[in-house]
Design a protein around this ligand. Structure first.
Ligand SMILES: Nc1ncnc2c1ncn2[C@@H]1O[C@H](COP(=O)(O)OP(=O)(O)OP(=O)(O)O)[C@@H](O)[C@H]1O
Length: 521
């Protein structure tokens, strides 16, 4: 099934590409043709082989066999620079920008030759106008939101005049409005005859935006379909080869005591991004899931760090975990109170990239008294826990116990969630629970968190994915410029009301109200 008949208008074509990592075949004779003027989706569950394919198509990885065609002619990209020179631009999920430098300086670094910054800034302005990208050349990257940084990366690519633009999960970090803007940009690009390869786990947007979709499963080409003729369910079925269950909706059990109480929490800004926290108030009770929506860069990371104990606050009482004043307690002490934390950044923060996965279990469990006792690491218990996480959370990888950096993004996410959940916390705070996770695994993670809540755990979820929050939380608060609105029951709010509050508008989600007032939207 792999090979599509050769289409003369193909700009970039992978023909039967195979890539092995040891015994694991990450791509097994995968073919895909990207045509001029189309938006082509690349779909597949975590670990299906999407990134591997993209990396081979832009010279970051070399195929073991198969070939690449550029406008129908075989070509080899020994490195990313050579693919860029041919007009293949890639915007990866993790941006390569220097915070301390301005946008134009960052762009200059990525371009060959020397150009006066003023000339480059004028080119950026041109690009911004043409593609509706809203980027200011002289702002410092450190001050930009994730959405703005992504636009900088896209502008950087576009200045190289690419014929093929590859976007790796571009909307997972965007607000609904920003996603709409990006879709408009993509339409302009394809209208000019360029091709866009669009990797996404959000099947609704794929159906709206994309002309064709290639589905991979387990490293193999499964199908090429017209996504507009498919439903999200039928696409998900192609990806996983089975029905994808939806997250059961919502709390029927009684709520218990507050497990997390945050009262008048303030944090001064650190001067660089200035995302201080202003008078944050929130309560999460045993049995409920509270969501925090917001555009990245509005203080969510500062809030997570303060809740997890990575940043300490002077006012002990401003954070109470299970009735204990915890403002001055570090992460291990908070874990000892029964709290669990999953930070946004899985590689480097939640997991140590160069440690084996089993050793990564130790990072958050060493204080539990089960795996480390009297200064001895109980290896068998550790390995047992590791296997339980891998089995229980369907974490897939090649080999027996690889280093964390070898896992695909979604599989590592399943691992860090599993590691926390299996500690049986009374409170769990999760930042972006399903970023980069496929539909089936995302459903599984949400269901797991719901089950934990049903068993009496209090769950606080920070997410930029509004649909996710609306699907599985009980109440939603919105963060904007370091302030948090009072949480509103999901059934009393709407996408629009939350979207407005995310943009800083007050009203339905007004933070001026004292305490936990429930407002109708
Ligand atoms: N450098 C590597 N060494 C060993 N195994 C690897 C390496 N890179 C990827 N893999 C493995 O190859 C498989 C495919 O990974 P890939 O990152 O291409 O998946 P993906 O579809 O992009 O997943 P996700 O949606 O989670 O990002 C996974 O099982 C992954 O663990």
């Amino acid at each position: 099934m792999g090979e599509a008949p050769h289409q003369p208008e193909s700009l970039l074509e992978a023909v039967e590409l195979t890539k092995r990592f040891g015994a694991l075949v990450a791509n097994d004779r995968v073919s895909l043709a990207i045509r001029a003027g189309e938006t082509h989706a690349l779909l597949g569950e975590n670990g299906a082989g999407k990134s591997t394919l993209v990396k081979m198509m832009c010279g970051l990885l070399q195929a073991d066999s198969g070939e690449l065609l550029y406008e129908g002619t075989p070509i080899v990209f020994p490195d990313p620079a050579s693919s860029r020179a041919k007009g293949v631009g890639v915007v990866f999920q993790h941006f390569a920008l220097f915070d301390a430098m301005t946008v134009v300086e960052n762009v200059a670094l990525g371009l060959p030759g020397h150009q006066p910054l003023s000339v480059l800034a004028a080119r950026i302005d041109d690009c911004v106008r043409r593609y509706g990208l809203a980027v200011e050349p002289y702002r410092r990257v450190g001050e930009l939101s994730v959405g703005e940084r992504q636009r900088v990366e896209i502008v950087r690519c576009l200045l190289g005049d690419p014929r093929v633009l590859i976007l790796d999960e571009p909307t997972s970090v965007l607000t609904p409005d920003e996603s709409e803007n990006l879709f408009r940009t993509v339409d302009v690009l394809t209208g000019e005859g360029r091709a866009v390869l669009f990797i996404s786990h959000k099947l609704d947007e794929v159906r709206r935006l994309c002309h064709r979709a290639t589905v991979l499963r387990g490293g193999k080409f499964i199908a090429e379909v017209d996504p507009k003729r498919e439903s999200s369910a039928s696409l998900a079925r192609l990806m996983v080869g089975a029905e994808v269950p939806r997250t059961p909706r919502v709390t029927t059990h009684a709520l218990g005591e507050p497990r997390l109480l945050v009262r008048h929490l303030n944090l001064p800004g650190d001067g660089s991004r200035g995302s201080a926290l202003h008078d944050i108030n929130i309560e999460v009770r045993a049995g409920e899931i509270v969501g925090i929506a917001g555009v990245a860069g509005n203080g969510q990371t500062a809030l997570f760090n303060v809740l997890s104990g990575e940043t300490l606050v002077e006012d002990q009482e401003s954070i109470v975990i299970d009735k204990v004043a915890a403002g001055g307690l570090g992460p291990t002490e908070r874990r000892a109170l029964g709290a669990g934390f999953v930070p946004e950044e899985r590689l480097g923060h939640a997991a140590a990239p160069d440690m084996r996965l089993s050793d990564n279990v130790l990072l958050t469990t060493h204080g539990d008294g089960e795996i480390v006792t009297a200064d001895v690491i109980r290896r068998t218990t550790l390995f047992g826990r590791f296997q339980k996480i891998v089995k229980g959370f369907d974490v897939r990888f090649g080999g027996k116990d690889p280093k964390a950096r070898r896992l695909s993004g979604g599989n590592l996410q399943k691992f860090v969630i599993g590691r926390e959940v299996l500690r049986n916390p009374v409170l769990i705070v999760v930042d972006q629970p399903t970023w980069g996770v496929d539909a089936a695994a995302a459903g599984f993670i949400r269901t797991t968190l719901r089950e934990r809540a049903a068993q009496g755990c209090a769950v606080l979820v920070v997410s930029q994915d509004l649909d996710e929050l609306l699907e599985f939380t009980d109440r939603i608060a919105v963060m904007s410029e370091g302030r948090l609105t009072a949480p509103v029951p999901v059934e009393e709010t709407s996408r629009e009301a939350i979207g407005l509050a995310m943009g800083g508008a007050h009203g339905a989600h007004d933070s001026d109200a004292e305490g936990e007032g429930h407002h109708a939207a």
